[in-house]
Design a protein around this ligand. Sequence first.
Ligand code: SF4
Ligand code: SF4
Length: 331
Amino acid sequence: MREDSETPAGFPGGPGPHACGCRAPEFPSAGTEPDRMCVFDIQRMSLHDGPGIRTNVFLKGCNLRCFWCHNPESWNVHPDIQYFEAKCIGCGSCVSVCPLALHGIGEGGVHVYKRDGCTVCGKCAERCPSESLVLTGRMMTIDEIVKAAKRDMPFYEKSDGGVTVSGGEPLLQYAAAAKLLERLKDNGVRTALESALCVPEDHLDAVIPYTDFFLVDMKIADAEQHKKFTGASNRLIKKNFHHLDDLRCDYCMRVPLVPGVNDNKEAMFQIAEFASGLSCLSYVEFLPYHSLGEGKFKSLGLEFRTGLEPPSKETMAVLAGIFPETVEVRY
Ligand code: SF4
Ligand code: SF4
């Protein structure tokens, strides 16, 4: 088996494009052009994704399908149309502009959108007056992103902050991500990268020279459970953790705490055991599950799969106590 054959479909260079089930045609530039990338959000003044005050650049595309995901708009590596039915005012503006006649006004003046065959040209979203139709994700050049990120330079300097490149899985667009990180560093910006590490090692190697801090996920340490709840093996993930560690990179481990998945002693003991075998791990951070996101699933024509209760502070304290004293756990 080729190493990257473990990478789920949808990964550039992996087994088939857009096996994410997407309806869009090819967007060959997303993930394959080193100077442009598909971005779904740029968030300023973040305090949670690395040191200090940060700007988060969210790249589109993810090769995991975590059971608890609340960002389905990040899955495809190219733009998507989101349709928020509740915002529709039934004006019909989208009907005349769609070249494929995918919009219509049905009985009682109710708007109907048939997604199948949509080429994500964005014309309907451009015309929609109520933001019921939204084009999510756009191709941005490195110059555009660096310019946007540099607006908050004074805040980075005062807080030891910087820019975090996130996703989705930003290493699906690794060539462009590496160039972006390099340009940010050339401009005096401290950099961080958030990744689930389910990528071939050379994709990680591309960004290591330009990344000051890594925020990397360990969701489930047991191989079978990981596959069951995320759709992919965790072999590459564990290997890449050791790779970062061997190269003495600065990194933390993020553990999404999901009820019924890994909020039990056995699952956490396995993660703690893995963490204690790493010598450069800066700290472990719990990310408690939250149930937001249902509306986003609906807007993409997807079924919402969870709706669990977030873990309590008491549960988090018990699970944190499973880690050895040498490992700092933040929550
Ligand atoms: S994006 Fe809108 S206008 Fe373009 S093909 Fe899809 S439904 Fe039609
Ligand atoms: S343009 Fe927007 S508000 Fe008007 S019918 Fe289409 S989706 Fe609804």
